[in-house]
Each structure stands twice: as structure tokens, then as C-alpha cells.
Design a protein around this ligand. Sequence first.
Ligand SMILES: NC(=O)c1ccc[n+]([C@@H]2O[C@H](COP(=O)([O-])OP(=O)(O)OC[C@H]3O[C@@H](n4cnc5c(N)ncnc54)[C@H](O)[C@@H]3O)[C@@H](O)[C@H]2O)c1
Length: 445
Amino acid sequence: MATEHTPGLSRRDFIRTTAGTTAGAVAASIVAARPASALPQTAKSAGRVLGANDRINFAVVGVKGMGGGHLRNLAGELTQNDNVQVVAICDVWSKARAKACELNKLQESIAYPHYDKMMAAVGKDIDAVVVATPDHWHAALTIASLNAGKHVYVEKPMTHTLEEAFKVQAAAKASGKLVQVGSQGCSDPKWLKAREVVKAGKLGKVLWATGSYCRNNPKGEWNYEIDPEGTPETIDWQTWLGPAPKRAFSAERYFRWRKYWDYGNGIIGDLWPHRLHPLMLAMDIKDYPSRVACMGGDLVGTDKGPGPDGKPWGDPREVADTTLMMVEFPSGQMIFLAGATTNERGVDDVIRGNKANLLAGGTKLLLQPERPYTDEIEASDESVPDSGESHLKHMRNFIQSMRTNTPPNCDIELGVRVQTIVSMAETAYRQKRQVSFDETKKRLT
Ligand SMILES: NC(=O)c1ccc[n+]([C@@H]2O[C@H](COP(=O)([O-])OP(=O)(O)OC[C@H]3O[C@@H](n4cnc5c(N)ncnc54)[C@H](O)[C@@H]3O)[C@@H](O)[C@H]2O)c1
């Protein structure tokens, strides 16, 4: 059980380079080499069937940022109250591993530099894997974990490409294991209540929804601090790159990967999933999208001039700082989203029906009838207690799902549909065209 920090192991012993090894290659090759159809479709993977009272053993992969947050919850509050424990962690940066162990009082012997080594050593003890690496690693690690019979909590966006999304879907189906995508809004009671209101028909026919994720960061969003200890000696750069194109070590890319298409897709994949998953859940849309338009640009160009330190930027951002998207479903229903990192005035979260609108800003949920329907629909405050997004609630939902073997709130089917929108939006934005989805061929046209 993960408890004490091991004082016997020196920091120097622990922080040593792992560059040049090939571990991680196995997981990476899964995505590169196996089409979805090649994955076993029937055989259920080995792995414990969890009973209501079993302790659930977690591994967390990627423990610097978001993974560090999940680890704190899992090794703290959830270990204390929810009968789980952390049996392994994994990160390609030695400093991230050391810090995670120190902060969470974990033995350094449970910290691995490579996923494959972790699975070889303690895979049989793991029930669930949390994937919190940059996006370009999500699919490979999720598929490898599902194939090994593990349930997976994978951060949003679920995958980096559309093809990967269908491979994850196939692996989930073949393994019979659960996938929770880390879009915590889906476990916000507000959105679950919104779905009830919609399903009760209180909006009439649901037509379209608006939402946004807008910030204003004059220093350039995602220009996180570059830690001088993040060097080729402490980071296994080849493994970090994994399925991404090979290139020389770049601290800029390691710490600020969200700005580059090889690893992420800016607002589209980083911020919009937080609106898309809850909106689709609340609107009760189960279809794949039919058409997506997405436009915008790097309008302010925060990274084109001198950086915050006065020196020129190494690699200016590739992703947009301002972007708008329209999604259409086969039913004709639509979602309009705004996203910005250079202007914080967003568009309200509203689901619109022909009889009433559901305003979902903040923790409130307000039903407002359209003027012609005021006799039929009464305005009401549908807000529920304990509203608000939290990673803890979303992880608890995952834990509960594993115990009851029921789909979590942001399950694979919702995840793959949102990922289809994300990938369509990236293509639409980068190719400056409207993109359609061929559901039979699972291809963009
Ligand atoms: N749900 C949310 O609110 C939320 C918030 C922040 C980030 N995220 C998501 O979490 C993910 C991670 O984001 P972040 O900001 O924590 O990134 P980060 O760069 O701070 O942390 C990622 C960690 O993963 C490690 N890593 C990379 N490849 C690895 C591999 N193959 N094996 C093991 N470790 C590996 C890195 O060394 C790093 O420590 C992203 O997908 C992001 O979209 C979600």
C-alpha cells in the first residue's frame, strides 16, 4: 500500500536520466500499427472483476500537472474515504516523479519512468489507470491499459486524432472495461439535472445550444514557466515524443506543448471538451456530428514579439488564440461555441428549445419560457445543491462505475462523439473549410 516516503533512496539516485531506453515503444506502436479492426473484438481482457467492497488499485501516468491533481485526490481523500489506493505512478521526468512521491508521501519504489516497465512490474496489481500525459500519448496508453484488462480514466481530449478515437472505442469494446474521459463537467449535478429537464420535455424541441471557454492572458496562454531542471538529462525526451514526429529536445515544447499541433490543438481540444461533453450530455444527443465549421486565428500574436524575458520566442504558437465553431447533428440540432485566450467575454451557456430556454451559467440552472409559451411553461429555478465542477466528483463517479460495472458519466460513447467534433474542428480550422463526417466509413470528408 502506498504510504511512506522512503528516506533511504537519495534524490540523486532517484533523479537519473532514462533517455535512450526503448520502454514506451510498445504502447506507442499499438496506435501506430494496429487498425481498429485488428483489435480483438470478442475476447474480454483479463483483469479483476471488482466487487462493491474491493479496494481499487490505481496507477497514474503523467504526474506533473493534472495527473498531480488526480494523484493528490487518489492518495489523499479517496484513499481515506473511498477504499482505493495508488499502487504505481509513472512519469518520464524524474523531477515530476520525485515531487509526486514527496507531496503524496508515496514510496519512490512505486514510481516508474516508463509505462511498459510499470506494467511489467506491477501490472497484475492494477485495476485502473489514470492517463494524464499530454494529448499525443492518450490513445496509446489508454489502448494498452484496456488491452491489459484495466479500466481507464483518460484526460480530455480523449485522443489526439480521430483515427485514434475509434481505436480506443474498439479496444474498450473488446476489453469490456470502462473508460471515463476527464471532462469533469459531466459529473457536475447542474448538467445532470439539465439533462433531466431536457428529457422531461420542458424546452419543447431542443434546437441549439451556445457556450464558450474564453480567457485573456496577455503573456500568451500556456506559456508556462520553463523549469531549468527540465533537461535532456532528467527527461526521457524520446519517450515523451512517443508517437509525435522526432525532433531535438525542446524545453519550450515539453513545458508548453499545448501550443503545437504535434501534441495538442489549443482551445479546440484543451478547452472546448469542457463545454462539448456537458452540453451533449444535457441535450441528450447520442448522434455523431454531421458537419463542423471552425474558424479563427492567432489574432494577437502574443508569441511573435519578444517573450516575457525580452528574448525572442523559440517556436511561436501554432494554435489559434481566438476561435468560433458551429457543430450540426443529423437531427439538425446545433451547438455554437466561442473560445479565446485573448478576450474573456464569452457567450452564455444556454440550451434553446422552441418552448423554453435553459440558462446554465455558473452554478445556476434557470428555465425561461419563450414568450408564446408562457401559459404552458412556467419559469423555474432548476438549480441543484452542490453544483459545480470538480475532479473529485468525476473521479468518484468513475470509482462508483467500476464498482457497479455501469458506464461513467463521460463514457466512451460520449467521448468518441466529442472527439469526432474536436478532430473535425481541428481539420476545419487548419484546412479552412467546412468538414462533414461519414459515419459508415468513420471518415472526414
Ligand atoms: N480536466 C482538466 O480540467 C484538465 C486540466 C489540465 C490538464 N488536463 C489534461 O491533462 C493532460 C496533461 O496536462 P498537464 O497540463 O498536466 O501536462 P503536463 O505537461 O504538465 O504533465 C504531463 C506529464 O506527463 C508526463 N509524460 C509525458 N509523456 C509520458 C509518458 N509517455 N509516460 C509517462 N509520463 C509521461 C510528462 O513528463 C509530464 O510530467 C492533458 O491531456 C490536458 O488536456 C485536464
